[in-house]
Design a protein around this ligand. Structure first.
Ligand SMILES: Nc1ncnc2c1ncn2[C@@H]1O[C@H](COP(=O)(O)OP(=O)(O)OP(=O)(O)O)[C@@H](O)[C@H]1O
Ligand SMILES: [Mg+2]
Length: 351
């Protein structure tokens, strides 16, 4: 993965930004620095303040408190059309009465660029997003994915230093979405453009981002690289929001760990870190590094290459996920099983 160097200068800075709507703080004392060239994703549940954060940066919404700096300068007095940002919203917002080519020319025209230069730019970007043959079509004559590509092309055509995306792939079906994620990543790298992207799709966030900000009730719950966020969630909220988590709160047995459990935390285990085996199967070579418990299968869900088990250990429910492999035993509801995991895979998250 392309990780932005820590040395890159800060390009965007939120300083103690609060946005009040009446008594509701849509964004609450948020401070955040985005480095040049970084792909930063804002992830969080509905109503957590993601869009508001992006609108503040775009200049469509003014903060109640705090300041936003771009390139080290406050943009408090800079209107949105002067902020030099490419923006893509969930609804593509292409002009329906203009051809693709005219849609792309529009932002260049607004900047007073000469026709010959505009045409050159449009042809170049059409090629970049693989739409050379579509320049003369109207938006309504394009598929959702093609319209999305035009919207991206339009955001990028004037070479802005910053790209803002709000659920850019939200209207696309799953396979197209995955394809566009790859394209978006390639474009981001090629244009070396600082990108702030809002999504509530965790896979998208994990795939695209250098860092992810998890928001909750207008505040930052955690900010980290995708791997860190998934593997080392700081809080129960992050653990459960990003992927599935077994939260072992009073599980009825002692949790073994190589670490001392910090106070105010609960133990957490990812479903794919747990193995399920027949209760009397021989011990593994590394069993001294593992904890094992006996439980009963509540159900098994078959999902193509994965099997998901719900297992009860006493009154504690576990979710276990395993990749289907040849020769692996399959368990059914009512079967007694042994669950085991490496002690080093136990995480402690703040309750
Ligand atoms: N113009 C507005 N007037 C009043 N309240 C607003 C306004 N815009 C947003 N809010 C409130 O601010 C909070 C954050 O909204 P925001 O749109 O930023 O959430 P979000 O994280 O983008 O959610 P979603 O995933 O549903 O798009 C919500 O409680 C919302 O109701
Ligand atoms: Mg939103």
């Amino acid at each position: 993965m392309h990780i932005v160097e820590f040395q890159e200068p800060v390009q965007i800075e939120f300083r103690n930004i609060t946005k009040l709507y009446g008594a509701v703080a849509a964004v609450n004392d948020l401070s955040l620095a985005v480095r040049r060239g970084e792909f930063l994703t804002i992830l969080g549940p509905s109503g957590s303040g993601k869009t508001t954060t992006l609108m503040l940066l775009a200049g469509f919404v003014a903060p109640s408190k705090g300041d936003i700096l771009i390139g080290g300068k406050s943009v408090a007095a800079v209107p949105s059309y002067r902020r030099d940002q490419g923006i893509v919203f969930q609804s593509y917002a292409l002009f329906p009465h203009l051809t693709v080519r005219r849609n792309l020319e529009f932002p260049l025209e607004m900047r007073g660029m000469k026709p010959a230069e505009r045409i050159k730019r449009v042809e170049r970007i059409l090629e970049r997003v693989h739409l050379n043959d579509f320049g003369d079509r109207m938006p309504s004559q394009l598929s959702g994915g093609q319209q999305q590509r035009v919207a991206l092309a339009r955001a990028l055509i004037a070479d802005p230093p910053i790209l803002l995306l709000d659920e850019p792939l939200g209207a696309l079906d799953r396979s197209l979405r995955e394809q566009m994620q790859v394209e978006l990543k390639v474009l981001h790298k090629e244009f070396a453009i600082t990108t702030v992207c809002v999504t509530h799709d965790q896979d998208e966030a994990l795939t695209l981002s250098d860092r992810i900000v998890v928001m909750r009730d207008g505040r930052i719950e955690q900010i980290d690289a995708p791997e860190m966020l998934y593997d080392r969630p700081a809080t129960r909220f992050v653990a459960k929001f990003l992927g599935e988590a077994n939260i072992l709160e009073n599980p009825g047995f002692e949790i073994e760990s190589d670490m001392v459990q910090p106070s105010g935390t609960v133990a957490m285990l990812r479903p794919e870190r747990i193995c399920v085996a027949p209760p009397a199967s021989p011990k593994r070579a590394d069993s001294h590094q593992r904890q094992s418990v006996i439980g009963t299968v509540a159900d098994m869900i078959y999902a193509g290459p994965l099997r998901k088990y719900h297992v009860r250990v006493g009154s504690t429910p576990f979710v276990v996920r395993e990749h289907v492999a040849a020769g692996q035993p399959v368990f059914r509801a009512g079967d007694e099983v042994r669950l085991e995991w490496l002690r080093s895979d136990v995480r402690f998250v703040s309750a």
